[in-house]
Ligand binder design. Structure first.
Ligand code: MF3
Ligand code: CO
Ligand code: CO
Length: 247
């Protein structure tokens, strides 16, 4: 998990470094695909339940699962790039929201606080913590910044399966009483919104958008529950990842 996660993290940093006004998401898809193959990885999204590309690219009001296409990025766009790769029998799944050029203050706050919300959800975890503690921490961080939390997509168990085992809501759900045990591997991947968190889907059956058309951001890591807290898999051996550019 650590070796595969490091490859996902490296690829996400490389693809993210190409984000700029004028670049198309097809170009980001091509780079993801090539960087995955270079590392002996398969890009997990490709043909997963019919998904047609190697990476998800979700711009502005797209919540998640955006399909790369020929649209060039515009100055001020925010774009979540979600990289998952399969290598040595396991998946590593990680995403960051990048900014093309300069953007407005609302978008900057949304992106910064969505990143903080992910880490708030990770920080509360110890072996035996209920899954609900994650959503409690994320939702309270979002509320403090008057941001919405999307409910339709959740964190998940990840390992030999892309999606399996744990289901991790990013809002507080007291029924989420499964306990996170030592050694469990999973993602946390909150999607926060500037407006209402309500979602609708395009008829491509993938692209999920906010109903009100306002912007949304997402950050994701793959992690394993360790004795003293979560051990993040989707970082390089030096502990770097694409989230660091907001430090
Ligand atoms: N990487 C996404 C996640 O975080 C899943 C993408 S499924 C795909 O769970 F088919 F859209 F790639
Ligand atoms: Co995921
Ligand atoms: Co993902």
């Amino acid at each position: 998990m650590r070796r595969t996660g490091a490859k996902a993290a490296e690829i996400l940093m490389i693809v993210g470094s190409h984000v700029a006004p004028g670049v198309t998401t097809d170009e980001l898809d091509r780079i993801t695909h090539e960087e995955a193959l270079k590392r002996n990885c398969y890009p997990s999204p490709l043909n997963y339940r019919g998904f047609p590309k190697s990476v998800c690219t979700s711009i502005n009001e797209v919540i998640c699962h955006g399909i790369p296409d020929s649209r060039p990025l515009a100055e001020g766009d925010i774009i979540n790039i979600d990289v998952t790769v399969f290598c040595e029998g396991v998946h590593g799944d990680t995403s960051t929201t990048f900014i093309a050029g300069e953007t407005d203050e609302f978008s900057k706050t949304l992106v910064a606080e969505t990143r903080h919300a992910l880490y708030a959800g990770m920080d509360v975890l110890r072996p035996g913590s209920p899954v609900s503690s994650i959503g409690r921490a994320i939702e309270s961080h979002a509320k403090a910044h008057q941001l919405g939390v999307v409910r339709e997509f959740i964190g998940h168990g990840v390992g030999t399966d892309f999606h399996g085992g744990l289901q991790i809501p990013h809002y507080y759900d007291r029924r989420a009483n499964t306990r996170i045990e030592l050694g469990m591997s999973f993602t946390i991947e909150p999607m926060l919104t500037l407006g209402a968190p309500d979602m609708y889907m395009w008829d491509d059956d993938w692209t999920a958008l906010t109903v009100d058309g306002r912007r949304t951001a997402q950050f994701e890591h793959t992690m394993v529950m360790a004795d003293d807290g979560v051990d993040v898999m989707t970082v390089t051996p030096a502990g770097e990842c694409a989230h660091d550019m907001y430090r």
